[in-house]
Design a protein. Sequence first.
Length: 533
Amino acid sequence: MSLLEIEGLDLDIHGAPILRGVSMSVAPGQIVGVIGESGSGKSMTAFAVLQLLPEGAMCRGRVELNGHDMLGLPEPSLCRLRGNEVGMVFQEPMTALNPIKTIGEQVAETILIHEDVSKRAAMARAREALDRCELPGDRFPMSRYPHELSGGQRQRVVIAMAIALRPKLLIADEPTTALDVTTQAEILRLIRRLVEEDSMGCMLITHDLAVVADMADEIVIMRRGEVVEAGPTAQVFAEMNHPYTRALFEASGHQPVREAQTQSVPLLQVRDAVRDYALPRNRLFAPQDYFRAVNRVSLTIERGESLGLVGESGCGKSTLTRAILGLEELQGGEILLDGAPVFSGHQPNRAVRRRMQVVFQDPYGSFNPRWKVARLVAEPFHLMDARPADWRDQVAKVLEDVGIGADAMHRYIHEFSGGQRQRIAIARALILRPELVVLDEAVSALDVSIRAQILDLLAALQKDYGLSYLFISHDLSVVRNITDRVLVMRAGEIVEQGKTAAVFDNPQNWYTKKLIEAAPVLPDHGVAGGGAE
């Protein structure tokens, strides 16, 4: 018997069709992976189940949860079901959590809203839920606030809130997208364990087939508001009847065509870099202690080379990157670009700084939403003594080079999709014709097909512009497909380095082996694989 039954679901918002004829089911103890790109209707299907839809939404069809007609219930009845019968885990835990409440208060709040219990009893049950989500009380007291936790730990708090009342159905909407590979594997194992312990049904929403390949019992592929293929995981991977399913599979393992550009001439040299941060004193006259984020790191990037830098959150990747870009001064060592120091005294060398640019993970967050694209792309000209007279022509040229078109100059950034914004971010990085581009998780938030397009673009631009790349990512499949060499970083140190293929095929360090084992892997096309037994 199905726990959740969706049959012929149509959804319009102000007359615009969003979902068309969506049908799927989730049984107790079953994990159903709902896969598709942004705009495919995955999240709107989940919101239709919860009836958390925007104004102007109209649903038709049947949505039945544990015997309840979700489309016909009044709002008070729906409020009683949300949390009790169905819990939801969101993609970004920091926005799902209240920053001014402790984690204990937020988990207990779920219980207090739905049940007539004392605060003491609710806090005791909140402690139990946090323990079940592998946040033990001796290390994670309930008095902690969200900002005191890592991304993976915050996601565990959100999961604890969702399962505090032991719901029948858990909806997890992109719960691992922003997490590094080992944390992602831990969160997926946690969800699997909770499903098995409570015999919950689970709707796992993601844009990445590899995430659900070894996790889901059944897969539902959505595109443009419709289900295009569905069935047991092993069967879907073996048959791939729909062209869109095959396209998703191919994009997940896409390897751009790259020509050897390395010139065996050092461009960037980092020598014995050290970066310390002062820790708070435990008492007034206590000696000052320090945390070493980067510990005697040395690396070289040659002209035309793509170098990958991988490691878990907190390993020191971002600190090292800021130092390379001249945004943080080192306490020891030196950084040279083509033989010139990145820092001149205690100040960044502007002449060197403009020869390096960066592309961030979230292009929308890195842009001023009040500026038009022409001004956004031209922003790096502030590193020069004066903006050139033909700056508009240069902006138009670089926008054409990244596949956007010069007409985008007169539009605002909110008018573009995620992939288009990232192309504009790359255009901004190229406007000064840099020699080194740092790509900081530049494709991790993109759908697999858009990610494949951006990787192809980066490969083409590297050849046309003569670029060197420092590619920072937690997605090992991307690093493997786009880099010549890879460095593995842990606790502020480089623990392994070498040719990318050699490191991935024959890792020597235990930590590298751990990262590779944790990375989700797609089964071979045509070979039955995946799915829970």
